[in-house]
Design a binder for this molecule. Sequence first.
Ligand code: PMP
Length: 406
Amino acid sequence: MSLFDKFDPLKSRLSLVEKLIGKDPLGVKFDDITDARHGRIGNREILLAGTNNYLGLTFDKDCMEAGKAAIDEYGTGTTGSRVANGSYSGHLDLEAALADHFGMPSCIVFSTGYMTNLAAISGLTNEDDIIFMDADAHACIIDGTRLTGASTIRFRHNSPADLDKRMSRVKEKKGSFFVIIEGMYSMFGDIAPIDEFLDVTHRHGGYLFIDEAHSYGVFGETGCGIAEEQGVLDQVDFISGTFSKSLASIGGFCVSKHAEFEIARKAMRPYLFTASPTPSNIAAARAAVDKIRTRDDLRTNIKDRAAQLHKGLSDLGFDLCADPSPVIAARRPNEAVCALEWNWLLENGLYVNIAVPPGTPQSTSLLRISLSAAHTEEDVNTIIAKFSELKDNQADLMQSLMKMAG
Ligand code: PMP
């Protein structure tokens, strides 16, 4: 028995897909990224519609210049954690800027969004506490609950009533209730009723933690996310986010209305024992915060593009997972069909995400699009046209599937 035998089921699943489309769908290689909307594979230009680059700031001049200037001033890396090597002024400045944006007294910056959730969840809870987690929680939330001694109870996706029921069932607890939801969910693009979750959580004396990884920058009057959009930002206990989407960099943050959150910095292992974000990542994210606070036009554009795409794909008969949002996902009948269609789109110049279990809710197979404020009306017309052509080619695709199966 080899150490690697355990990968046999994954290997056979992948090889089936590879036989079907002639490539590894998880190994796409871009030869160039030209701007926030375009990449190149060989000599084929690709319209990017699956990069979570919601505000299109990866090629914003000010963000790029800030990143370059930080390299000149501070070098390429921090080469250690902030506890071991100290903080740079950029780390502190970014924490202050994010705390100010949310109007909260406390902010801690982490090396990735993934580590933010690992750190906050495992650092803020222990065996005395009980975590209540949405059934569709992202992998890094689930992994965070694996690193803590707290017991975890899942509640039905986006159901404050089910949360209420499960919280009511707990008759005795030593510590605190810690409820975890997301603002906008990454796969379906559906949105949490935060006001209702706040009501249930606080009625039971718990703390509400919201991951706004996909909503920071895009929703809310000043871009703080869904909690701001729903007018309840000042009541939320903790909000986490990532730099790898609207902030066009890499890293993550957690803000809190509780000033005592600051002490957790000294106790969170994924903060203490990993290198801090590089000067250029921090500087680019810092420049992006300013853009988020001032560029309403980006939010207006992405909302208009989302409405346009949602209507276009609905009119074509695609079964979409949620109302218009920057994430628009079409349910496909199974993984094989999804892979064939995803590959057809890529071969025809459009990059979207292939999303399959275990990364999707309800074991769905999805063609997932994430829009960007950089997309133009014409870009979205192109996406709709590609999906229309895909429909016209469906008979041929099914025939090739049958041939493979037969
Ligand atoms: N939270 C959610 C909801 C996510 O979808 C992701 C990653 N896509 C993360 C956190 C982790 O962010 P990062 O990629 O910055 O580690």
